[in-house]
Design a protein around this ligand. Structure first.
Ligand SMILES: NC(=O)c1ccc[n+]([C@@H]2O[C@H](COP(=O)([O-])OP(=O)(O)OC[C@H]3O[C@@H](n4cnc5c(N)ncnc54)[C@H](OP(=O)(O)O)[C@@H]3O)[C@@H](O)[C@H]2O)c1
Length: 400
């Protein structure tokens, strides 16, 4: 990989550059512009913001997935010399351009095809888009190995584990402890959660993130998705992955060894730390994050997650146990349910109900035994699950 060690700027692309992770990545790149050459930036429909980013970084190409946004992108880039393109296929082609390092920060299963396009040419992949591993974990990790791509986890928990996980002595690892803030509804009753609004759900106490992951944090589906993500990245049996609520979000996760040692990575809850880790890897770089002030922090709290108020964790454990198409269906159903909640069609507690019913229906349906070992098969299950989940969401909306 070309990098700053020999004076050559690292060629980087960002899939989902207009989102929360994308903007944090560009913030870090903007602090050392001489070290990076931006190849491709992509968004969904946010053409104006994308064009401004492309101009500021002198990117080679800017791509919107939504074809309806192409005219606005083209107009905003007029005279800049930056290429403009649109459509899901164009996003994949941008991902396949010869960047050394690719940030995968599209939200949802929509990021799977473009991220695989970058994987297939053996790039270094910084993966924030956890849904890739949830909907197609076996396929994704197999492609990483086949293509000889380098995989770096961006999610703060997996980045923390990656930093303290001794891959050479994996058999000496007893457990992984995934920490969870508990989200904005950590201390709410189920009655209060039933009336929760989208505004309350996205108001995360510790992290500033996109809408979908914020709702996932509130339902704790986010921790469930991360459970599956950890299973695929670290190859640890599900029963050895624990979830621990830690409201301060200072310990980002831990690895327990057979001798009783527990190694942890700590830091302020700021995504620029794990992004910087991936951007500079295998080196480290300065990140403009508040440094931990332990006397001010004073104490750290821990508790077990409450399975009654947060059924997502049980649903996800069962989903992984069922295997096959279940994780793909669960991911798609959750995306549909979260969109329904954000659009005020269904209530907050309808989310797990829609997800569970969808998984059962998909598994009992014609695609229930389908092998999800190639992209088309994954997308077929994803599409079927979305159709079924939309029906369940409609039923909940009608009953409300
Ligand atoms: N935010 C965090 O702190 C955080 C932490 C850990 C992991 N993650 C993961 O990182 C991913 C991104 O999260 P985020 O919070 O950055 O999300 P976000 O703020 O909602 O940004 C999502 C990005 O994806 C683009 N996008 C949305 N739908 C698309 C589609 N159908 N095709 C192509 N591009 C599409 C958006 O473009 P537009 O702007 O045009 O809509 C935007 O650039 C998620 O998988 C999340 O779980 C995020």
């Amino acid at each position: 990989m070309s990098d700053t060690a020999n004076g050559t700027p690292r060629r980087v692309s960002i899939l989902g550059s207009t989102g929360s992770i994308g903007k944090n990545t560009l913030d870090l790149i903007g602090r050392s512009p001489e070290r990076y050459q931006v190849v491709a930036l992509t968004a969904n429909g946010n053409a104006e913001a994308l064009a401004a980013q492309a101009k500021a970084t002198r990117a080679e190409i800017a791509v919107v997935a939504d074809e309806a946004a192409y005219g606005r992108l083209k107009e905003a880039l007029a005279g800049s010399g930056i290429e403009a393109a649109a459509g899901p296929q164009a996003v994949c082609e941008a991902a396949a351009r010869d960047a050394d390092w690719v940030m995968a920060a599209i939200v949802g299963a929509a990021g799977l095809a473009p991220t695989l396009a970058a994987v297939e040419r053996g790039a270094t992949i910084a993966l924030a888009n956890k849904e890739c591993l949830v909907c197609a974990g076996d396929l994704f990790m197999a492609e990483i190995r086949r293509a000889g791509a380098t995989f770096l986890p961006v999610d703060s928990e997996h980045n923390a584990i990656f930093q303290v996980f001794d891959f050479e002595k994996k058999e000496r690892i007893e457990r992984i402890i995934l920490t969870a803030s508990g989200g904005p509804f950590r201390d709410w009753t189920r009655e209060a959660m039933a009336k929760a609004t989208p505004e309350q759900a996205v108001a995360h106490p510790n992290w500033s993130m996109g809408a979908k992951i914020s709702v996932d944090s509130a339902s704790m589906f986010n921790k469930g998705l991360e459970f599956i993500e950890a299973y695929h990245i670290f190859g640890i049996a599900p029963e050895r992955i624990e979830i621990l609520v830690h409201p301060q979000s200072v310990i980002h996760s831990m690895v327990g060894y057979v001798d009783g040692s527990v190694l942890a990575q700590l830091g302020s809850p700021d995504m620029r730390t794990p992004i910087a880790y991936c951007l500079a890897w295998p080196d480290r770089m300065v990140a403009p994050v508040p440094h931990l002030d332990f006397p001010k922090l004073g104490h750290m709290d821990f508790r077990a997650p409450d399975p009654d108020r947060f059924p997502a964790i049980r649903i996800v454990r069962e989903t992984l146990r069922r295997g096959g198409v279940a994780p793909t269906a669960m991911n798609a159903a959750n995306e549909v349910a979260v969109a329904g909640f954000l659009g005020r069609q269904i209530g907050f507690l309808d989310i797990p109900a829609v997800v569970e019913a969808t998984i059962d229906d998909v598994m009992a349906g014609p695609l229930g035994n389908q092998a999800v070992d190639h992209l088309d098969a994954v997308m077929a299950v994803d599409g079927e699950a979305r159709r079924i989940a939309a029906g369940h969401a409609l039923a909940h909306a009608a009953a409300a």
